[in-house]
Design a protein around this ligand. Structure first.
Ligand SMILES: [Fe+2]
Length: 332
């Protein structure tokens, strides 16, 4: 039913902070700026991230469906589940640069929009800092992770009504569930937490160096890094997290895996959320210690995963080493 994460809207008290953070640090293109809003591009689309400084502080989560029929079918599902659905009028569809869509709320009161026919910009994407591009297309703009106080109600809504599928889940050092709608390992995740809100947005970059160069920029700013460089155990993303001017985190990542959605089986990831790194300044000291113990156990247990590459962002080195070839053969 749903195809991908299309666009997101966030509130900020300070548009100037977001304008520099979004463009010069994250590398998006500041495409439009008004008195009360900013609009960023990440690719060929007219808009991906909207920032508003007005009184309505609720974020907007824009999901894409194939066409008008798919949107209508989803609207009917929502109404059967007693969710109030509002059709987008022309003015709102115009603001979102889409042909049409619907708006509704999830059980936590988040504003969701499902749209079709997103407009492509006539001019090429110009990154706000030099980098090799964001990985979007059929995978969507990235993934979004929400903190929830009612995991069961949210899981039921997102899976049974909206059609998200469970990728996998972790129970320690916090409880989190990951969901896919396309071959990106997850487009949505939910973390059980005492307070609702956005946990993070992940944007994926084409080259590992794009992420490392962003990390260098983050290290030069006091308090910018929220989670150190590390690698996730489930989607294999190598990433770090920065504090955004809206209070939530943004994960800049490289090398996320794609999954075979036709044959995927959900399971519990017992190694914890990260294979190495990802020291989280947003969890308790006990949680950090537990996470560190889990990472060191994963290392001792030889938990390793190949890097996930895309044509054009890697080269195979000749790497001939008779000693290593023998070790490999002996292990086979
Ligand atoms: Fe993430």
């Amino acid at each position: 039913m749903l195809q991908s994460l299309g666009y997101l809207g966030f509130h900020t008290a300070n548009l100037d902070d977001w304008s520099g953070y979004g463009s010069r640090f994250l590398g998006m293109q500041l495409a439009e700026r008004s008195q009360s809003s900013l609009c960023f591009r990440m690719d060929d689309r007219k808009q991906r991230i909207l920032i508003h400084g007005e009184a309505d502080r609720r974020p907007i989560f824009g999901w894409e469906a194939d066409n008008a029929m798919a949107v209508e079918a989803l609207g009917a599902n929502l109404e059967r589940a007693a969710t109030k659905v509002v059709r987008m009028d022309k003015a709102l569809a115009g603001q979102r640069h889409v042909t049409g869509g619907i708006t509704f709320e999830d059980p936590g009161g988040n504003r969701l929009e499902v749209v079709y026919g997103s407009e492509v910009a006539p001019d090429p994407f110009k990154p706000g800092r030099a980098h090799s591009g964001f990985k979007t297309g059929p995978l969507g703009l990235g993934h979004i992770v929400l903190n929830t106080t009612n995991m069961d109600a949210d899981v039921a809504f997102y899976t049974e009504v909206l059609g998200f599928e469970l990728s996998d889940y972790v129970t320690k050092p916090f409880r989190a569930m990951f969901f896919y709608i396309n071959s990106r390992h997850h487009s949505l995740a939910l973390i059980e937490w005492p307070k609702r809100g956005i946990h993070h947005l992940m944007i994926e970059m084409y080259s590992l160096d794009d992420v490392g160069q962003g990390y260098d920029l983050a290290l030069r700013e006091e308090g910018r890094v929220a989670t150190t460089l590390g690698r996730h155990s489930n989607d294999f993303m190598t990433s770090f997290y920065s504090n955004s001017p809206s209070g939530f985190l943004v994960e800049s990542g490289w090398g996320g895996r794609t999954i075979d959605t036709a044959n995927w089986q959900a399971f519990e990831v017992v190694e914890g959320p990260s294979l190495w790194g990802h020291e989280r300044n947003w969890i308790s000291a006990e949680g950090r210690e537990l996470a560190a113990q889990m990472r060191m156990k994963a290392a001792r247990d030889n938990v390793r995963a190949p890097v996930q590459v895309t044509p054009g962002n890697f080269a195979i080195a000749s790497g001939e080493c008779p000693w290593w070839e023998n070790v490999k053969r002996a292990a086979e």
